[in-house]
Design a binder for this molecule. Structure first.
Ligand code: 4GS
Length: 262
């Protein structure tokens, strides 16, 4: 997959390309990574990329001509890539959108600065607008890195271990179970015994239940629109029975659950 980032701060990406999974994916030709300096397409001695907004008001707007020049240069390098603008007005990025985008040849990611870019660039050149969340950044660069990072790890071969992308949080709309490594006891807490048992079936069962519990406690919103396997449904029904038993035990003691008395 080909990533080309259009920015007035290409140096921000030097460190990003040079570490961890991203670096290895580039060296294995699983992805290609490039930046285009929008300023290189600006005119005049000062190569100005911003200007005051028509209609007045505070803040500056990115001029259309340098952006158009940079986008055309990117299109020549990667004619099949989709052109994406990072903006709070876009579709909110999530794991599902990450999967969808890995289906394409590549992305040209346009990073705005200041108040935003001239509307005619969005209209004439941009295929999709993406937001990384409901907050305002000083520039689209970090948003572009987040999108590239999340996509890269989904491309086959990018992670050493093919399984781990699938098992991660959100891939199946559940949060991941807890992880433990050595030592067996740390700050007085032990690793759950089942993980030391060597019984792989029991370990898988524990992990699934741990995922369901965490998702229920931390992110119930993820659980509503999800299909449950038979094993998952059985776990949820067992919770129901367990909770029912707790309620019945205390009502048979004749206590009022809302009174706060025992
Ligand atoms: C986002 C965001 C963003 C908006 C860029 C104001 C500078 C800034 N980009 N997801 N101009 N949220 N962009 O805040 O993608």
């Amino acid at each position: 997959m080909d990533f080309i980032v259009l920015t007035i701060f290409p140096e921000m990406f030097n460190q990003f390309w040079e570490h961890g999974i991203i670096r290895r994916a580039i060296s294995k030709n699983i992805i290609s990574a490039a930046t285009i300096d929008i300023r290189a397409f600006a005119q005049g001695k000062h190569r100005v990329t911003d200007d005051r907004p028509f209609g007045g008001g505070s803040g500056m707007v990115m001029k259309p001509e340098p952006l158009a020049g940079a986008i055309r240069a990117a299109e020549e390098q990667a004619p099949l890539s989709k052109k994406i603008l990072l903006t709070p007005q876009g579709r909110v990025f999530d794991q599902k959108l990450a999967y969808e985008l890995t289906g394409g040849e590549g992305l040209i990611l346009v990073c705005g600065r200041y108040e935003g870019i001239d509307e005619r660039i969005s209209y004439d050149y941009i295929d999709y607008e993406i937001s990384i969340g409901d907050y305002v950044l000083t520039g689209g660069e970090l948003a572009a890195m987040i999108v590239i990072d999340a996509l890269t790890r989904l491309i086959p071969g990018a992670l050493g271990n093919e399984e781990s992308a699938e098992k991660d949080s959100f891939s199946n709309n559940l949060l991941e179970h807890a992880h433990y490594t050595r030592p067996r006891t740390f700050n007085g807490s032990d690793v759950p015994g089942v993980l030391l048992s060597g019984n792989h079936k029991e370990i898988e069962k524990w992990r699934l239940e741990a995922s369901l519990i965490r998702t229920f406690l931390k992110r119930q919103d993820l659980m509503k629109n999800r299909a449950y396997s038979q094993q998952e449904t059985e776990i949820l029904k067992k919770w129901c029975r367990d909770i029912e038993k707790i309620i019945q035990a205390q009502s048979s003691c004749g206590t009022d659950p809302l009174s706060g008395n025992q």
